[in-house]
Design a protein around this ligand. Structure first.
Ligand code: SF4
Length: 193
């Protein structure tokens, strides 16, 4: 018969520390709460991202001097932390939060980039994870709060898996810098003509 007496090993060392909210379910709930917060504040986050993108673009000479490839790692670490906290970001590398009401579509169990699917429940929850609000229902709600909310109507391209785990911030910045340089070159050519 097994010894019913608690051993020191079983009891462990008694301390005043009591862990709180460490259950996986609790963590999931907390992540979903933060996602919901981001959708509720989609307008403010849209504004904030606009300012942030401008600063990142202004830093283009720095990224260029350092090398975009070399800047990738530290920027990616920060991006993962910030967007992971606010949006439960999965680092797809092709961020479309501005078009999805600040609700990340990669949290859809089907990872639909153009949603929702036909399985949304009557209460607006996901058919795969019944306790989770559909990310596309949330995307629509967030988009209604945003200035550029009509962007949700644009058809999104499929995810390019080769861009996973890369920084969307740097990619968008490099693209914007290229477009800006092209526009300037066009203006100069127009003036000379
Ligand atoms: S769309 Fe991609 S980059 Fe943007 S939050 Fe979702 S997983 Fe992250």
């Amino acid at each position: 018969m097994a010894d019913a007496k608690p051993t020191a090993a079983r009891k462990g060392t008694a301390t005043a520390y009591r862990p709180a909210d460490v259950s996986p379910q609790r963590r999931v709930q907390r992540r979903r709460s933060l996602r919901a917060w981001s959708v509720r504040h989609a307008r403010g986050l849209e504004w904030l991202y606009g300012r942030f993108a401008s600063v990142f673009l202004a830093l283009h000479p720095l990224w260029k001097a350092v090398g975009y490839a070399r800047a990738e790692k530290p920027v990616r670490v920060v991006e993962r932390q910030v967007k992971g906290l606010l949006f439960d970001c999965r680092m797809c590398g092709q961020c479309i939060l501005s078009s999805t009401g600040m609700s990340c579509p990669m949290n859809c169990p089907k990872q639909l980039r153009n949603g929702p699917c036909g399985g949304v429940r009557a209460n607006g929850h996901c058919e795969v994870e019944p306790d989770m609000p559909c990310v596309w229902v949330k995307a629509w709600e967030g988009a209604q709060r945003m200035k550029g909310g009509e962007a949700i109507l644009a058809v999104q391209k499929p995810v390019d898996q080769s861009l996973r785990e890369t920084s969307a911030w740097l990619r968008v910045t490099a693209q914007a810098a290229t477009e800006r340089e092209k526009a300037r070159a066009g203006e100069q050519a127009g003036e000379q003509a």
